[in-house]
Unconditional design. Structure first.
Length: 147
């Protein structure tokens, strides 16, 4: 039997300047993936003039998306991180370097290092049903390691 339940997902996130002690994120929504990892492309290929296959390896950043229940502690902490790292007129971003540890309910463990936050909502949207929209925050990491 294979139990593939995602129950018990926790994410620990350390932001070098904004949250140096770290955050424990646990409030995940029901209408979006709690955490997602798009496929990475680690190689490429082309064909030479005479049809020879030419291949090469390439480095690829690891993208991660975290979704949070609107206005939950997880959402509020990620919003603070996003706004702290946002740059603008007369505003220098925090330039946080992120470290993330993901622990799934089945004890799968993943660590992600040398990351940054790259996207997130500027405010809470509202769906046509009257429900607040789930917020999604995007991250990019240099090095993943999964156990």
């Amino acid at each position: 039997m294979f139990n593939i339940s995602g129950f018990g997902l926790t994410v620990s996130l350390i932001a070098s300047n904004t949250f140096p002690v770290g955050l424990l994120l646990t409030q995940w929504p029901d209408d979006q993936d709690a955490i997602s990892f798009p496929d990475i492309e680690i190689g490429d290929a082309q064909m030479g003039v005479n049809g020879d296959l030419i291949v090469w390896s390439k480095a690829a950043p690891v993208k991660v998306t975290l979704s949070a229940i609107p206005d939950s502690p997880t959402d509020l902490q990620l919003a603070v991180l996003l706004m702290a790292n946002r740059v603008g007129v007369n505003k220098i971003g925090a330039r946080d370097i992120l470290q993330m540890v993901v622990l799934q309910g089945n004890n799968n463990l993943g660590t992600f290092t040398n990351g940054i936050i790259v996207s997130g909502p500027s405010f809470t949207g509202v769906q046509s049903t009257g429900r607040m929209k789930t917020k999604q925050y995007g991250f990019i990491f240099e090095s993943p390691y999964a156990i």
